[in-house]
Write a protein that binds this ligand. Structure first.
Ligand code: XMP
Length: 528
């Protein structure tokens, strides 16, 4: 958790001081975050830092182990990321994964070569010698490979303990506490990967597994109290979604009514969402919430605008103005609470190392600069499903926890073309039918997002004996882990059929329904 706006420097999170820590140095692998999450699932607190973080930055923290992540580079590339070599001499065990393994060889004198074929996918690892890292595991197991280079000869002092058909699979030097593997233990396709990480974290690093969602909540609440002091006040923007609600609930535990939550109705929320969510936030979560009905203002500013980026900018600007005006009526505020998650952070800036920057994101930035507030971001290290676990642990209502994600600009990015009150109402009706039918089919909780999109085209239809010329709605439903990649859901035909026939018969103005069958990439989840 970061408690200020400085995101580019490494800021030791306050909450973990008493928890044993395993650190991941990020060399840019798409799986880096998964490593941290798997280690946390084992019950050991784990954090990601950029590859070039110096060991001194961790001084005073109870560091028990370090993992070098994978990465897309080749260690001999001119611009290849290199860690501080002294990580290998800190007296804590180090595990190198994939590029991390090659990095050991680069430091310690093994041979790294381009693989004859870029290996991607399943391989079989044979355990060839007694091993601490692979202790208790079968002699042969499936592992997942994704690499261009391989280590041909292990550095002096290392024992080869596992081999795949094409590569050295696992090596270790117990005396120096150095362990390395070519495959990815963090992905599902390495079914025993969790045991390997558990061997590392619990047996080799000797961690106690003292981290849990409950301890996360307690230490975060304590850290916020300590950091902001006895009088400071905070303001939190609620979106109706799970992230901001869980962030607010944590801060509520720490500061009580010294936090005021603002929930803005942009006029672009889902059908009945503003009233229903406001009710839950107040009655069931007992949050100190002010609801601000600003729909007319947003729709007024958006009149005639069709360009997606302009829509986003207008909404962002109006949101800040409405939020600021309301916040200025509160007693002096020092902190802004945001429900920023780990994927928001890496989609925005490459804070934690060279993991690919995908696009500039929505939730980060904006308000703090203009309001000169310091940030409280209690969920900054977590993934969405971890946030949901935190929320459940805190007893938040399922209506909030299980809610599918919804973009900040709301239906504006799902109405292609001009946004008018009528078109918003049309989409709200169609969208409500999608959600109802997805729920009725028992699919709501297993789908990342399902929604309707209003297209700016009309087409010919026939209803009764009448020719119609009306709008088209596209249905989008995707599976995703974190919104960064997504696959379209193979919805059963009968569910699609019910959605389609209900929309066309119940929503006047729509005579055609289509289903979006593209994944992300190459498409995005939202249409604008
Ligand atoms: P895309 O469309 O980029 O969406 O594939 C990825 C995830 O982010 C959500 N999204 C947003 N969330 N403000 C938000 O708070 C935004 O401007 C925004 N745009 C997209 C989207 O719903 C999906 O879950």
């Amino acid at each position: 958790m970061l408690l200020n706006g400085e995101t580019l420097a490494y800021n030791p999170p306050l909450m973990t001081t008493e928890h044993e820590l395993i650190l991941v140095l990020d060399f840019g692998s798409q799986y880096t975050q998964l490593i941290a999450r798997r280690v946390r699932e084992i019950g050991v607190y784990c954090e990601i830092v950029p590859f070039n973080t110096a060991p001194e930055a961790l001084a005073g923290r109870p560091l028990r182990g370090v993992i070098f992540s994978g990465g897309p580079s080749s260690v001999y590339d001119d611009d290849a990321p290199h860690a501080d070599r002294s990580w290998l001499e800190q007296g804590v065990p180090v595990l190198g994964i994939c590029y991390g393994f090659q990095h050991f060889a680069y430091f310690l004198g093994g041979t790294v070569e381009p693989s004859p074929a870029r290996e991607y996918g399943r391989a079989v690892l044979s355990v060839t010698s007694p091993s601490r890292l692979l202790a208790g595991l079968p002699h042969e197991m499936d592992v997942w490979m994704s690499h261009g280079d391989v280590v041909r000869a292990a550095p002096d002092g290392f024992t080869v303990v596992g081999q795949t058909e094409n590569a050295l699979g696992a090596v270790e030097d117990v005396s120096r506490q150095l362990y390395a593997i070519q495959f990815h233990p963090e992905v599902h396709h390495t079914p025993r990967g969790r045991d390997i990480l558990a061997n590392f974290a619990l047996e080799i690093c000797g961690c106690r597994a003292d981290w849990s969602m409950a301890s996360f909540i307690d230490s975060t609440v304590a850290a916020i109290r300590e950091h902001v002091g006895p009088d400071a006040r905070a303001v939190c923007g609620l979106s109706g979604g799970v992230d901001s609600a869980v962030a607010a609930a944590i801060v509520d535990r720490a500061l009580g009514d010294r936090q005021t939550c603002l929930f803005v109705d942009t006029g672009l929320l889902r059908k009945n969402e503003f009233d229903e969510v406001l009710e839950v936030l107040r009655r069931e979560m007992s949050l100190n919430v002010v609801g601000i009905a600003a729909g007319e203002r947003f729709l007024g500013e958006l009149a005639g605008v069709v360009d997606p980026e302009r829509k986003r900018k207008i909404i962002g600007r109006e949101f800040i103005e409405v939020f600021q005006a309301e916040a200025s009526r509160l007693e002096k505020v020092d902190y802004l609470v945001q429900g920023t998650l780990y994927p928001d952070v890496i989609e925005s800036v490459s804070v934690k190392g060279p993991s690919q920057v995908i696009k500039s994101h929505h939730n980060v930035g904006g308000l703090p600069e203009t309001m000169r507030l310091k940030l409280i971001e209690p969920l900054r290290e977590l993934f969405k499903d971890e946030v949901r676990r935190v929320g459940r642990e805190m007893g938040l209502p399922e209506e909030i926890i299980g809610r599918q994600p919804f973009p900040g600009p709301g239906l504006a990015v799902r109405i292609l073309g001009e946004i008018t009150e009528d078109r918003v109402a049309l989409l709200q009706e169609a969208d409500a039918i999608v959600i109802e039918e997805i729920r009725a089919a028992g699919l709501y909780d297993e789908i990342w997002q399902a929604f309707a999109v209003l297209l700016p085209i009309q087409s010919v239809g026939v209803m009764g004996d009448q020719r119609t010329y009306e709008s088209t709605v596209a249905i989008r439903a995707v599976h995703s882990q974190d919104g960064m990649t997504a696959d379209w859901v193979r919805l059963p035909y009968d569910v699609l059929a019910r959605i389609s026939s209900r929309i066309v018969s119940e929503v006047r103005g729509i005579n055609r329904v289509v289903y979006d069958v593209t994944s992300k990439p190459p498409s995005t989840i939202e249409w604008e």
